[in-house]
Each structure stands twice: as structure tokens, then as C-alpha cells.
Design a protein. Structure first.
Ligand SMILES: *Cc1c(COP(=O)(O)O)cnc(C)c1O
Length: 219
């Protein structure tokens, strides 16, 4: 797939309902490419790796939000808190503790999404669906962490039926947490759906989609 020109990106964005936010998944993309999609209307940049994000963050003007969409290693927490406006991949209490401690040091509250292992894949990151309610209740003790929703990757497949059922699991967990944990007014995000699945994800309740290939071309 070739890189999109701005008019193509604008029409992709236009076809997405206004209440759904698009996060550009920018791993491996150059600052120039990222600035290109920002000029076409992207307002949130999603990076997988802290060091890669740090380099690009220096080169890209203010005015966009930065989301961490990859797994956060403990030794990168300090830099991550400096760079990112949201961590989409919180999936353990020990990581939550490290994030909370560093946020306290930097005097910065951090909105987080709880990553759900919606495909129940043993090797994958994320909280198992059946553990998610308990996980969010335990986050209450961290005063600098603000849980604002859930995120899922889903299995690496193009089978839309499989992906849809994972999106449903994720949306159901979002609702159960809302009912059982009273996570507060900020609880409103469901980040799911990528280039091959975002329309289905939106039908299943996504409020945030993470798009790479369809915006930038193949990696
Ligand atoms: C790369 C990536 C995406 C986007 O994937 P595409 O298929 O290129 O749209 C979304 N979410 C995460 C976590 C990613 O790493």
C-alpha cells in the first residue's frame, strides 16, 4: 500500500463518526510522516516504544497529544511519564505502582487505559477479562493514576468474526467496570480497532481507534 496523500487521510477521518477519536499509530514512521498526518487532521500520536517516542517528541511541535500504546517497561517509566499524556497499556499492579510513584515525583496525574487480553492469549499482554473488575478496584489506592477506560489489541488475525467477539468482550468489561467499580466521570474510553478492523470496532462501541497502515501505507 502506498502512503496516503492528505486528501485520502481527510476522507478516512471524515468517514469516522465524530465521537470517535483517531490515534495515529506511528511506530517506525519518521517525524516528517507524522507531521504530514497531523496536517491532515490527526491530533493524537500513539507510540509503542519510549525511546523512539522521545526522539520524535523533541522534533514535533506541541499541539498534539501523545499516547503510549506499547508495553511499558519498568526502567522506562520516568521518561514515559514525561512524554506521554495517556498510557493505554496498563496491565499490572506493579507497573501501576511504579507509574504512580513517578507521577508523584513529577507532580503529574496520568490517565490510563486498562489493557484487556480480550483473546485470552497466554503469551499476550493485558489483564484477563475475568480479572479486570478486581484490577480496576485495586487502582483506587494510587492517587496519581486516573483510570479512564479500556484498550485491547485482539489476536493477530484478519478474521473479523474473531476480532468482533474480542471487541464485545472488551466493551462488556468496560460496562461491568463502570457498574461495579464507580471509576468516575473520566471513565469513557474504549480503545480498539486497527486498520483492518476499525469499522467493526466502532460498531462494537470503540471510542478510540488506532490506525497505522491505512494512514501511512505498509510498514
Ligand atoms: C501498530 C499498532 C496499531 C496499528 O496497526 P495498523 O494495522 O498498522 O493500523 C494499533 N495499535 C497498536 C498497539 C499497534 O502497535
Amino acid at each position: 500500500m502506498r502512503a496516503m496523500i492528505n486528501a485520502d487521510i481527510a476522507s478516512i477521518l471524515k468517514a469516522i463518526p465524530p465521537q470517535v477519536t483517531v490515534v495515529a499509530a506511528t511506530k517506525t514512521r519518521t517525524p516528517e510522516e507524522i507531521i504530514g498526518v497531523i496536517s491532515a487532521g490527526i491530533t493524537i500520536v500513539g507510540e509503542n516504544y519510549v525511546q523512539e517516542a522521545e526522539r520524535k517528541h523533541l522534533l514535533i511541535a506541541q499541539g498534539v497529544q501523545w499516547h503510549l500504546i506499547g508495553h511499558l517497561q519498568r526502567n522506562k517509566v520516568k521518561k514515559a511519564i514525561r512524554i506521554f499524556d495517556m498510557i493505554e497499556t496498563l496491565d499490572s499492579l506493579s507497573l501501576a505502582e511504579a507509574v504512580d510513584r513517578e507521577c508523584a515525583a513529577q507532580k503529574k496525574a496520568m490517565p490510563v487505559l486498562v489493557e484487556i487480553n480480550s483473546g485470552r492469549e497466554p503469551q499476550k499482554a493485558g489483564v484477563m477479562p475475568e480479572d479486570a473488575v478486581d484490577f480496576v478496584s485495586q487502582l483506587k489506592r494510587f492517587s496519581f493514576i486516573d483510570p479512564v477506560g479500556v484498550m485491547t489489541m485482539g489476536p493477530a488475525t484478519d478474521d473479523i468474526t474473531v476480532l468482533r467477539s474480542c471487541f464485545r468482550v472488551t466493551r462488556d468489561m468496560f460496562k461491568r467496570i463502570e457498574q461495579e467499580c464507580s471509576p468516575g466521570a473520566g471513565w469513557k474510553h474504549i480503545s480498539m480497532g486497527m486498520s483492518n478492523s476499525y469499522m467493526a470496532a466502532i460498531e462494537e462501541g470503540a471510542t478510540m481507534v488506532r490506525l497505522g497502515t491505512i494512514l501511512f501505507g505498509a510498514r
